[in-house]
Write a protein that binds this ligand. Structure first.
Ligand SMILES: *[C@@H]1O[C@H](CO)[C@@H](O)[C@H](O)[C@H]1NC(C)=O
Ligand SMILES: *[C@@H]1O[C@H](CO)[C@@H](O)[C@H](O)[C@H]1NC(C)=O
Ligand SMILES: *[C@@H]1O[C@H](CO)[C@@H](O)[C@H](O)[C@H]1NC(C)=O
Length: 503
């Protein structure tokens, strides 16, 4: 009989050898590593460092490997980072068969265990957002403004008595944005249902939390941990309960009248219904897509808007400049999409706020579907994630003079140059401006989001005075990995202004 200890020892030695050999054979070794060592075991320390220090590491990489490529460690994978316009354009140009956007979402969202793989692989809601929602914006925007004006008055409790009230910005903006957006997504009366809105907001938070946790879990344990933590099924189930009466009514009307009927709503729920009715389990499918749309819209928009409010309070001189632009336009045009298009300074302010503090330090995530050699000669093995360094691009003085200074009207001044009227508007992407991504997969909801955020900032600026609740500075961001979060407990003071002329 062999000593079982010896067998265990032999087994362990073989495993260790295989591990080291596999590490030596890994083609990713050819790509330089930043933020620590890529040696087996040590990369976990590097991953920990990147979780806490991504902003500085990305900056260092941008200087050292401009026009090129390096890698950083995440707990469960390597992230290859490209820097400079030439490389960003390379990511944009590569077809999905080589560098896939969808597969990257599947991967980075840990989709199998969080939001479900099915809805990512069959993204019919994306076409609905890109085409139908964008095309109906002129009709939808006045409803959204109606909803946001009610929600702002409800969640920012300043009265006509001229007293200042203190508001915790991020949670307040989450609620206002959830309500205003849902006026366009599910319509009245559901967009005012507290339970449904709570579900929409917490779903986003839950998915992000699960995702961050799962990314720390080693691959073989993911299915087990995933099945224990995932709240998606329960959330979809609850969403079905909320939507069911409306879906059943649509089914009945459809059975009665075929595809068309009088007063047929022209909103997201109706469009999803018309697509989903051909699917296996329409109710479930609609609920899943509604939650995905909530996920895509609420967190990103409220983060961006909170950044903008912090910027405004740190630079209060902009309040007056913005009012001078907004008041005459609203007087003539009302709260329309055409009015929003005329507000170049407001547009510029939001674009600049996104440039300085986005939602993420990286952008344009792609997953290699086969071995790919990038134009700088870097070999990217199949299965690797590649991202563009967004934050350093946005803070590069060659792209933006005085890039580290917040200059709210930087872009509206640029738009005054001959032939550049649309190039520098909020929704336009470029190799120097990537908060929405760039190219074919640029965020399809950005036209809706930009108009909603503009209307909301215009409404707040006209109806309220704002000032810092602290020392006047901008509350410090929180960085977790590549995620940029505005201070969650950051507060701002609001006072009602007499703006009855613009109601
Ligand atoms: C980066 O590439 C661009 C375009 O090829 C070139 O003009 C530029 O000089 C390069 N910059 C550096 C620092 O290598
Ligand atoms: C949804 O929840 C109900 C109870 O609220 C439960 O009876 C049902 O089985 C659930 N359905 C699914 C598909 O999870
Ligand atoms: C800017 O965006 C608008 C709207 O999508 C588009 O029509 C225009 O071509 C873009 N302009 C540039 C210069 O990218």
């Amino acid at each position: 009989m062999e000593d079982p200890k010896n067998i265990a020892f032999a087994g362990l030695t073989i495993l260790l050898t295989l591990y080291v050999v596999r590490w030596y054979m890994n083609p990713l070794n050819a790509i330089p590593t930043l933020g620590g060592s890529s040696l087996p075991g040590l990369s976990y320390f590097a991953a920990f460092k990147f979780m806490r220090n991504a902003k500085n590491i990305l900056n260092e990489g941008y200087c050292k490997f401009y026009n090129g490529t390096y890698k950083v460690a995440m707990a469960d994978k390597w992230l290859v980072v490209v820097s400079g316009p030439k490389m960003i354009d390379e990511l944009r140009r590569r077809p999905d068969e080589e560098l896939s956007f969808i597969a990257s979402v599947d991967d980075t969202m840990q989709a199998e265990y969080t939001i479900g793989r099915g809805s990512i692989m069959d993204p019919y809601h994306v076409d609905i957002i890109r085409e139908k929602l964008t095309r109906t914006l002129p009709a939808v925007l006045p409803d959204v403004v109606d909803e946001l004006s009610l929600a702002v008055q409800e969640y920012i409790p300043a009265k006509d008595d001229g007293k200042w009230v203190t508001v915790t910005v991020m949670p307040t903006m989450q609620h206002i944005i959830a309500r205003a957006s849902n006026r366009a997504f599910v319509g009245l009366p559901l967009c005012r249902n507290e339970g449904f809105l709570e579900l929409a907001v917490t779903f986003t938070r839950a998915v992000l939390k699960d995702r961050d946790m799962l990314s720390l879990v080693p691959r073989p344990l993911k299915p087990l941990v995933g099945s224990m933590v995932s709240q998606t099924k329960a959330s979809v189930n609850r969403t079905v309960q909320y939507l069911k009466p409306m879906i059943d009514e649509k089914k009945a009307l459809m059975a009665l009248n075929g595809g068309d009927w009088e007063d047929k709503p022209n909103d997201m729920l109706q469009w999803l219904f018309e697509e989903a009715i051909r699917k296996e389990n329409p109710d479930w499918s609609i609920a899943e897509r509604i939650l995905l749309v909530e996920f895509a819209a609420i967190h990103t928009s409220s983060t961006s808007f909170t950044h903008a409010i912090f910027d405004l309070v740190a630079k209060p001189e902009y309040l007056q400049f913005l009012r001078e632009e907004i008041e005459p336009i609203i007087s003539v045009e009302g709260w329309t999409k055409a009015a929003m298009a005329k507000m170049w300074k407001l547009d510029s302010f939001l674009r600049e706020s996104q440039r300085c503090n986005g939602v993420d330090l990286t952008s344009m995530t792609r997953k290699a579907m086969k071995d790919v050699t990038l134009n700088d000669g870097t070999f990217i093995p199949k299965g690797t994630l590649v991202v563009a360094a967004q934050d350093p691009t946005h803070h590069d003085d060659t792209n933006y003079p005085d890039a580290n200074v917040f200059d709210g009207f930087r872009f509206s001044r640029m738009r005054e140059h001959e032939g550049e009227g649309t190039k520098h508007q909020f929704v336009n992407t470029s190799v120097e401006y990537v908060p929405f991504g760039h190219g074919k997969h640029a965020c399809p909801g950005r036209f809706f989001a930009a108009n909603e955020l503009k209307a909301m900032l215009a409404y707040i600026v006209l109806n309220y005075d704002l000032k810092s609740a602290g020392d006047g500075g901008r509350p410090a961001n929180v960085y977790i990995g590549t995620a940029v979060l505005p201070a969650m407990d950051g507060q701002v003071m609001f006072r009602k202004r007499d703006a009855s002329a613009f109601a």
